[in-house]
Design a protein around this ligand. Structure first.
Ligand SMILES: Cc1cc2nc3c(=O)[nH]c(=O)nc-3n(C[C@H](O)[C@H](O)[C@H](O)COP(=O)(O)O)c2cc1C
Ligand code: SF4
Ligand code: SF4
Length: 258
C-alpha cells in the first residue's frame, strides 16, 4: 500500500512509479483526509509506503495528521518506507514522520529522497527553477529513482540520498515551525478577476477540494483548514491570475506533466 500526497505532481510521479514496480495500491492522503478514511486492511506481505513532498523541512501537516490517525489492520512489522521529493533538502522531515508512525505503533524501516523541481514560490524571491534546471532535476530524479526501486522491492533497510542540509535542527524546528504557523494559509491567495478566464482549472487541481469556482466564476478559497500551500492552484492557472501574498505575480510556474 502506498500512501501519498502530492501538490504539483512531483511526488505523484514517484508514487506511481513505485506502484507500477511493487504492484501495490495507491491511496491518496488528501482524498482520505477529505473523506475521513483512516482505517486500512494490510496483507501479510504488503509493503507500506509514505510518499510526500517536503514542506518547510517537514512532512506537510496533512501527512502528519493522517499518519497520527492511521489504523493499519493486520500490521505485523511489514516493511515500511518513506519517500520524499524536495527542492533542495529534507531537514529532519523523516524524524518527524518516524515519531508520528511510532505513535500509531508502526516502525519506519527505510527512507529515500530525490531532488525535484522547486514548487514553493517564496514571496520575496523567485525560487521556481528555470525550465532547463527543472528538466535536469527530473532527468536526475528518474535515474536515482530507478536505482532505488530494487531496494524498495526487496525490502532493504537503510537510507538513500538523504540531504538533511547543514542546519537541519534550525531549519526543521525553528524555521519550519515559523513557516507552518505564519505561511501555511490559504488567506494569502488572491485572484486577478480581470485576467481570470473562469476555466475552473484551479478548482480541479486542488488536492483537498478547497477551491470553488461555482459555474464559471473566479476561484473562491473555502478556508476548509486543509490547504497545505502546495501551490498547485497557482502553478496550473493558464493565465497566471493567482497570486500569493501580493508578491508572486509574473514569477515562474511549474507542474509535473511528463
Ligand atoms: C509549501 C512548500 C514548502 C516547501 N518547502 C521545502 C523545503 O523545506 N525544502 C525543500 O527542499 N523543498 C521544499 N519545497 C519544494 C517541494 O518539496 C518540492 O518541489 C516537491 O517535489 C513538490 O512535490 P509535489 O509536486 O508532489 O507537490 C516546498 C514546496 C512547497 C509548496
Ligand atoms: S488551495 Fe491551492 S495551495 Fe491550497 S491546497 Fe488547494 S491547490 Fe494547494
Ligand atoms: S485557473 Fe486561473 S483562469 Fe482558471 S478559474 Fe482559476 S484563476 Fe481563473
Amino acid at each position: 500500500m502506498i500512501f501519498y500526497f502530492t501538490g504539483t505532481g512531483n511526488t505523484g510521479f514517484v508514487a506511481s512509479r513505485l506502484a507500477e514496480e511493487t504492484g501495490e495500491r495507491l491511496v491518496s492522503i488528501a482524498s482520505a483526509v477529505v473523506k475521513g478514511e483512516y482505517d486500512y486492511q494490510l496483507a501479510a506481505d504488503e509493503r507500506i509506503g509514505f510518499c510526500f513532498p517536503i514542506h518547510g523541512w517537514r512532512p506537510p501537516f496533512i501527512v502528519r495528521d493522517f499518519v497520527k490517525r492511521l489504523h493499519l489492520d493486520g500490521y505485523n512489522g511489514q516493511f515500511c518506507y518513506a519517500f520524499a521529493t524536495c527542492g533542495d533538502d529534507v531537514g529532519l522531515a523523516f524524524d518527524y514522520l518516524r515519531d508520528d508512525l511510532q505513535q500509531v505503533g508502526v516502525n519506519l524501516d527505510s527512507v529515500y529522497s530525490v531532488i525535484m523541481p522547486e514548487t514553493y514560490n517564496f514571496p520575496f524571491i523567485d525560487q521556481i527553477d528555470t525550465p532547463e534546471t527543472a528538466q535536469r532535476k527530473i532527468a536526475d530524479a528518474r535515474e536515482q529513482l530507478a536505482a532505488m526501486i530494487p531496494g524498495i522491492v526487496n525490502r532493504a533497510r537503510g537510507e538513500k540520498n538523504i540531504n538533511k542540509s547543514r542546519w537541519p535542527r534550525t531549519n526543521s524546528i525553528m524555521l519550519g515551525g515559523f513557516f507552518l504557523k505564519h505561511w501555511v494559509t490559504d488567506c494569502k491567495f488572491t485572484v486577478d478577476t480581470g485576467a481570470c478566464i473562469r476555466c475552473g482549472k484551479c478548482q480541479q487541481v486542488c488536492p483537498v477540494g478547497n477551491i470553488d469556482c461555482g459555474t464559471g466564476n473566479p476561484p473562491e478559497w473555502q478556508h476548509n483548514g486543509l490547504c497545505t500551500t502546495c501551490f498547485s492552484c497557482y502553478h496550473h492557472c493558464p493565465v497566471h491570475a493567482i497570486d500569493f501574498a501580493g508578491r508572486t505575480r509574473g514569477k515562474r510556474q511549474y507542474y509535473f506533466n511528463q
